[in-house]
Design a protein around this ligand. Structure first.
Ligand code: ZN
Length: 198
């Protein structure tokens, strides 16, 4: 009896580990390091492989859509690259629902590397807004298996430029021992640094 339980436990652990390893191949750990601009670039590339092209509008952000993708259908998308503890809330669902009407889109999606609050999920279901949380995003990436991997985008696509909050000079991307980060261009006079995914 005990041997049976032990075997079952080991089997479950192995299954969990295989599932986690599979999801890790999606490159989500690189998405976690991106800024919002890099994340949008990555999603555009991902959608291109699904036969969609980004429709460029300067004011799209004003109407609640980060991306407008045209292909077999017209999809408005909000892209939320958040830290693990920041969940996507109800206001983002309201915004993309408004954008869907404004742009006369067929579908509205919210894609995040994080998760959604309970009320966000409830409203999305009522408004027919498609939600992709961390796990669904990983599954989507694994299915598409994009040539522009998250790792490549992280390395090759410059994050949006920022200025130093301490001295006002431009921040530049620096390579650290384990990761890339923003440092002040007037280093060593100014020693301000910050994370790219801040
Ligand atoms: Zn500075």
């Amino acid at each position: 009896m005990i041997a049976f339980y032990l075997m079952r436990m080991v089997y479950q652990r192995l299954q969990e580990r295989t599932a986690l390893k599979r999801l890790a191949r999606s490159g989500i750990q690189y998405i976690d390091q991106m800024d919002g601009f890099q994340f949008e670039f990555y999603l555009k590339a991902l959608f291109q492989e699904l036969g969609y092209k980004a429709q460029v509008t300067a004011q799209s952000g004003d109407f609640g859509a980060d991306l407008i993708m045209k292909g077999p259908q017209k999809i408005v998308i909000q892209a939320k690259r958040y830290g693990r503890k920041n969940r996507v809330g109800i206001s983002d669902i309201q915004q993309i629902y408004g954008a869907k009407a404004y742009y006369k889109a067929d579908e509205a999606w919210v894609i995040t590397n994080s998760t959604f609050t309970k009320s966000a999920r409830a409203l999305a279901q009522a408004c027919n807004v498609q939600l992709f949380d961390r796990k669904a995003l990983q599954e989507l990436i694994l299915q598409v298996n994009p040539t522009h991997t998250a790792e490549k985008v992280c390395q090759d696509v410059k994050p949006e430029s920022r200025s130093c909050p301490t001295c006002g000079n431009e921040l530049v991307v620096r390579q650290g021992k384990t990761n890339r980060f923003f440092g002040c261009s007037s280093f060593p006079q100014c020693r301000h640094t910050e994370a790219i995914n801040k």
